[in-house]
Ligand binder design. Structure first.
Ligand SMILES: [Zn+2]
Length: 230
């Protein structure tokens, strides 16, 4: 498919993709303790349906320990072609105080050209982006595709890490595309190629009991086992 034809196809798909995004945003899929599980499950089901509709021959729910089921989908690569793994998540952060919202959090609302609603950007638009690409390319897709859409990214419990380790072969791919980042600015497609990770550290610093003059004066610096007499 040439670029112009692809642009036309994408433009034709946009109203349907927008409607699919709005349907996903209406599901309060908050996968935190104390929130109803049913909308989380419905969001997972909806994602599986979208991937089926996008034409992927294999779509199934997979168990993730201590988390809602993830959705896995695949279309095998032609011989010699690489495989791309697409990732996104269908759970969302809790909405927080409703009075802090200009419109209802789970009622997608357009204001000044942007669609507002909990999870509209993070990360349900990411899911719709993958679905849109797969639908637009259809059988012309030149690479093998695997899709992993998890249901418990936001609370940081980490069930997916164990799943990835235990299913390395299933998820094996040449490239991973994670649609869980932002755009540089509105209307500018952006590829993020590196990010800082998070690390939690306890740093313990021990200092001398008293000040020591710089240079040669003041003698040796005492260590922990020889308390300061300086
Ligand atoms: Zn996210």
């Amino acid at each position: 498919m040439n670029t112009d034809a692809l642009r036309q196809t994408v433009a034709g798909l946009m109203p349907g993709l927008r409607a699919d995004l709005e349907s996903l945003v209406r599901l309060p899929s908050v996968a935190f303790e104390g929130f109803p599980e049913e909308p989380v499950k419905r969001a997972g089901d909806a994602v599986a349906e979208l991937l089926k509709k996008a034409g992927l021959p294999e779509v199934r729910r997979v168990d993730v320990a201590h988390a809602p089921q993830a959705v896995f989908a695949a279309r095998p690569a032609q011989p010699g072609a690489p495989t791309v793994l697409l990732y996104a998540h269908y759970d969302v952060q809790p909405a927080g105080p409703h009075e802090a919202w200009a419109s209802k959090p789970f009622e997608p609302t357009e204001r000044a050209g942007r669609l507002y609603g909990r999870g509209a950007a993070d990360d349900k638009s990411g899911i719709i982006m993958h679905v849109g690409v797969l639908t637009a390319l259809g059988a012309d897709c030149p690479v093998g595709v695997k899709v992993l859409i998890e249901g418990q990214e936001e609370n940081g419990q980490g069930g997916i890490e164990a799943f990835v380790k235990a299913n390395a072969e299933l998820l094996k791919a040449d490239v991973i595309v994670i649609s869980d980042v932002g755009n540089y600015s509105l209307g500018v497609p952006t590829l993020t190629t590196s990010l800082r990770g998070m690390a939690a550290l306890d740093v313990e610093v021990e200092a001398l009991a008293g000040a020591v003059h710089s240079g040669m004066f003041g003698g040796g610096r005492p260590t922990r086992s020889s308390p300061s007499r300086a």
